[in-house]
Design a protein around this ligand. Structure first.
Ligand code: CO
Length: 142
């Protein structure tokens, strides 16, 4: 069901400051920022050969990322994301095993237009896990 690692996501108080730091210290280049209105975040990605680093900055106080930063003011790892061939099928299969999919499995998309879903952290060893649809053989970002 899981075909690879898409990205690791870090919540940051300032996207610009985070991107600057990654560039200065590690020589990593973050791409242009994109907005996900539905999730209330601005995002930028560092492309690595085998996965991406996602940087997330809250857009508004009611964003889930704002709540995360209240608990972790300097930022920190928020979730990681794995690829699946079919988000709906993967979610339904997990639900049959009693695994909670956040948002009741309602269809959701990321800033690239890929279908996504989130598995409840209590059902994945304490980590929030995003499922991202990347059909094998159909070109995606990676
Ligand atoms: Co993500």
């Amino acid at each position: 069901m899981i075909t690879g690692l898409s990205h690791v996501s870090i919540a940051v108080p300032s996207l610009q400051a985070a991107a600057q730091r990654l560039k200065e210290i590690y020589g990593l280049e973050a791409g242009a920022a994109k907005v996900n209105e539905e999730q209330g975040v601005r995002l930028a990605y560092v492309e690595l050969p085998n996965a991406r680093i996602e940087l997330m900055e809250p857009l508004r106080p009611d964003s889930p990322i704002s709540k995360f930063l209240e608990r972790n003011p300097a930022g920190g790892i928020h979730h990681f994301c794995v690829n699946v061939n079919d988000v709906a099928a993967a979610g339904a299969g997990l639900a049959r095993k009693g695994i909670r999919i956040l948002g009741g499995g309602k269809e959701s998309r990321n800033v690239h237009g890929d279908r996504i879903a989130f598995v409840h952290p209590k059902d994945f060893l304490g980590a929030l896990v995003e499922l991202e649809e990347k059909r094998l053989g159909i070109g995606g970002a990676l």
